[in-house]
Design a protein around this ligand. Structure first.
Ligand code: NAD
Ligand code: UD1
Length: 339
């Protein structure tokens, strides 16, 4: 039986997607260099699903290592999660980010072509929209000016994949623009395990709640939003994972490039998130108002209609689910995957 290759499949979104793919009856292989993850996440996915996951410790920027995976397996499609994702780090180490994120995309295309693999789903980001003058963001809007190298790697990869599709009429590329993934599997055994102090809001809130961090800095209270704090489209990672399953099913019967937002269509402010987390979990999240974070925008949320209409997918989980599942994972694993 042919298999679905998940590059970066040991990471936060990849591990949750692995569960959905396995539960839907797909055979998967994971390729990861574990630069931002550990084998422990895969062991836990195996425990949750009762299935064994073949994996390669491989760097997708290394052509030989990538080739080996395609030589040894009959691969029907690739979901390309592998990438570096820290915005701040991309500003201080741009070359590392461009090299890792672009070379992996280019290598994959070459190796896929050689082995006649024609289906690719790519992890892109709402960051490619830049700072448009209105919300919600829909897929017909032009991509904007990114504020950091990480964002450019996503925009450039999107362009590379679209150009490859123009040249090869048999190729299918689905570009998934994620909004703000949060939450964890309901078991609380897999979740987001950021290295060092988190940059993103939800892991920061949960580390304050568990006592690892003292207080949250709310970056800006003078945005033109309902309470002055930044508004985002937070999406439960299990919903997001199911979006990949829908994308793979769509890719099986279509060719060409399609772009889909994966978001809920709801915008919540920073203070909405703090209050919801406190209420749902019965914990306290001390915060202070701080200056705006450079590069941030006031409001970003998806128009999710295209994914609903074409993929038949929409987010189902609530803000309560996001807060509850984040907290369950955080409480059970205060040090992430490090026991
Ligand atoms: P993650 O860091 O948890 O997962 C990425 C995985 O890729 C890690 O396991 C890492 O070890 C692996 N990896 C990195 N470079 C590699 C390489 N050269 N070869 C092999 N493996 C490599 O991140 P995530 O949150 O699961 O994100 C997955 C993808 O989605 C990334 O491409 C990310 O940029 C994108 N994305 C994430 C978010 C988010 O908020 N989490 C938002 C938009 C887009
Ligand atoms: C950030 C990245 C974006 C990336 C996305 C998902 C920047 C400028 N953008 O987006 O490229 O695709 O993460 O990984 O970093 N906030 C606080 N205090 C905190 C942390 C965040 O107030 O300690 C606020 C932010 O100002 C923002 C909201 O919370 O309004 C969400 O922030 P975050 O989780 O970092 O996501 P994005 O800013 O949407």
């Amino acid at each position: 039986m042919s298999k679905i290759l998940l590059t970066g499949g040991a990471g936060y979104i990849g591990s949750h997607t692995a569960i959905e793919m396995l539960n839907a009856g797909y055979e998967i292989i994971v390729a990861d260099n574990f630069s931002n993850s550990s084998k422990e996440s895969l062991r836990r996915v195996e425990k949750i699903t009762g299935k064994t996951i073949p994996f390669y410790q491989a760097d997708i920027t290394d052509k030989e290592q990538t080739e080996k995976i395609f030589e040894e397996n009959d691969i029907a499609a690739v979901i390309h999660f592998a990438g570096l994702k820290s915005v701040g780090e991309s500003v201080s180490c741009p070359v590392r980010y461009y090299k890792n994120n672009l070379l992996s995309s280019l290598n994959l295309l070459e190796v896929m072509e050689k082995h006649h693999v024609k289906k690719l789903v790519f992890s892109s980001s709402a960051t490619v929209y830049g700072n448009p003058d209105h919300v919600p963001f829909d897929e017909t809007m032009p991509v904007g000016v990114c504020t950091n190298p990480y964002g450019w790697t996503k925009q450039m990869s999107e362009q590379i994949f679209q150009d490859a599709c123009v040249a090869d009429k048999d190729l299918t590329v689905i570009l998934l623009r994620y909004f703000n993934p949060v939450g964890a599997h309901e078991s609380g055994t897999i979740g987001e395990a950021p290295n060092g102090t988190p940059n993103n809001l939800m892991p920061y809130i949960s580390q304050v709640a568990v006592g690892t961090l003292k207080q949250l800095s709310v970056y800006g209270s003078d945005y033109p939003t309902h309470d002055g704090t930044g508004v985002r489209d937070y999406i439960h990672v299990v919903d997001l994972a199911k979006g990949h399953l829908a994308a793979i099913r769509y890719a099986e019967t279509h060719t060409g490039t399609e772009i889909f937002n994966l978001g809920t269509g709801c915008g919540y402010s920073v203070l909405d998130m703090v209050k919801a987390f406190e209420k749902v979990n019965g914990v306290s999240v001390p915060y202070r108002i701080a200056d705006r974070r450079p590069g941030d925008i006031a409001s970003a949320y998806a128009d999710p209609a295209k994914a609903r209409d074409i993929l038949g997918w929409q987010a189902e989980k609530t803000l309560e689910d996001m807060c509850r599942d984040t907290w369950k994972w955080q409480r059970q694993n205060p040090n992430g995957y490090n026991a």
